[in-house]
Design a protein around this ligand. Structure first.
Ligand code: GUN
Ligand code: FE
Length: 418
């Protein structure tokens, strides 16, 4: 399968600058980028030609932290901090996913919104429930989206309906791993966070992760009360990150930790050493009064950072809105730090939203040769006069002031997503 997409191509190969190819041709073979050409005399007959002249062609957005099961709660419960928010709004909603019919309705709406917002790769939490998790995986696969999906594991400090038997939680997780066959939608081990996972559960999940080489996702240092609680639960372990590390869930296989606001320098160093990704969830951090992650510090340490919508702590799946909030948050952090932690630039954050988070999937989020041809077609004609603005300014205007109506095409591996 060979395809050529023509349009105004823009992406980030590194975080400091954009690669811009106006009026150019993106050449794709078997879903993988082969080349970008500025001139083609005639389209070879064995290529399908997709002419998007005057439209922007950008990488699909990558969301490396979100809770699909909280989709119907989006916009609710904005009056509490993390722990009461979980107990009051989030756990009761997640308990409903025991009912497969409820899950089908909710997840169908969720997947449709994910596509509308142009998110082609995502790292997702479902709930503790095996059947509805497998339904979601199948739905994403049929939609041709790329994703890691994690059945949540919890065996302490949650409501009765969500509190699992430790062995059963591990067994069901293994069943999902063994039954998943898709190349695009894969399982990820998901101990919710330290307060809701016993040491036995964490150890068991680590063994599974290593046995099957499955990645891991969890939450780290999102809220000051949460950090205190972890210290009370594990007084002998020096810090929150080290709890995961001690139980084999911190980079022993590919790992992403969400939030990472109240981490010490030692913890950030451990993330760097173990190759742990950070998912920055700026919008959720505002909504739950969690705080502002010092992203610049992570970049200085060389930690991989991607963006997470973290619905329904976050109130939208829109990665463009996460990009804007991330830049705004970094400017406040700059002021708060006496102008030490320099604000994030547009290219740095666009990179996080594409190639930075995409690294968790390997060759995702860029148009360099060998990358998966996951792309969005953006019609920005209502936002910019293309004769007046260059391609980069048009992109920035779209990210800051556009919306999903500007997205007229979504492709994963050069296949149209629907
Ligand atoms: N920490 C543990 N569970 C959650 C969750 O569902 N959302 C957020 N934002 N933080 C969490
Ligand atoms: Fe979260």
């Amino acid at each position: 399968m060979k395809k050529i997409f023509k349009g105004d191509i823009i992406y980030t190969k590194n975080s400091n600058s954009f690669e811009v190819h106006k009026d150019s041709y993106l050449v794709v073979e078997d879903g993988v980028v082969k080349d970008i050409l500025h001139y083609i005399e005639s389209i070879p007959s064995d290529y399908e030609y997709l002419d998007y002249t005057n439209k922007l062609i950008i990488p699909g957005f990558v969301d490396i932290h979100l809770h699909s099961s909280q989709f119907l709660n989006m916009g609710l419960g904005m009056d509490k901090e993390l722990i009461p928010w979980l107990n009051t709004y989030t756990f009761p909603e997640e308990a409903k996913f025991r009912d497969l019919e409820y899950a089908k309705t909710a997840y169908t709406k969720f997947v449709s919104d994910l596509i509308n917002k142009g998110t082609t790769s995502s790292v997702i939490y479902s709930t503790i429930h095996k059947e509805s998790t497998m339904f979601l995986m199948d739905l994403l696969d049929k939609a041709k989206l790329r994703a890691y999906v994690g059945k949540v594991n919890m065996d302490r400090n949650t409501i009765d309906e969500l509190c699992e038997n430790t062995n059963y939680s591990i067994e069901e997780t293994e069943e999902i791993i063994l039954s998943s066959k898709s190349n695009r939608v894969k399982p990820i081990i998901t101990p919710r966070f330290v307060p809701s996972c016993s040491p036995e559960l964490m150890e068991g999940l680590s063994k599974l992760a290593i046995k099957y080489n499955v990645p891991v996702q969890s939450h780290l240092s999102e809220n000051t009360n949460e950090v205190k609680w972890v210290k009370e639960l594990h007084p002998d372990i020096e810090n929150y990150a080290s709890v995961y590390n001690k139980f084999g869930l911190f980079g022993q296989t590919k790992t992403v930790m969400a939030h990472c606001i109240y981490t010490s320098d030692e913890e950030i160093e451990l993330m760097k050493k173990n190759g742990v990704f950070a998912a920055h969830c700026a919008i959720s951090n505002f909504n739950l009064s969690s705080g502002i992650m010092p992203v610049r510090k992570y970049l200085d340490y060389g930690v991989d950072v991607g963006l997470g919508s973290d619905i329904s702590g976050g109130n939208t799946l829109s990665i463009p809105q996460s990009i804007v909030s991330t830049i705004q948050a970094s400017k406040i952090k700059w002021l708060e730090s006496n102008k030490e932690l320099y604000p994030l630039s547009f290219s740095e954050v666009f990179y996080m939203a594409t190639k930075g988070g995409g690294k968790f999937f390997e060759h995702v989020g860029s148009f360099e040769r060998g990358y998966n041809a996951d792309l969005l077609i953006i019609d920005d004609s209502n936002l910019s006069d293309i004769n007046k603005f260059d391609v980069l300014d048009r992109l920035q205007k779209y990210i800051y002031s556009g919306n999903e109506n500007n997205i007229i095409g979504v492709y994963v591996d050069a296949d149209k997503v629907s």
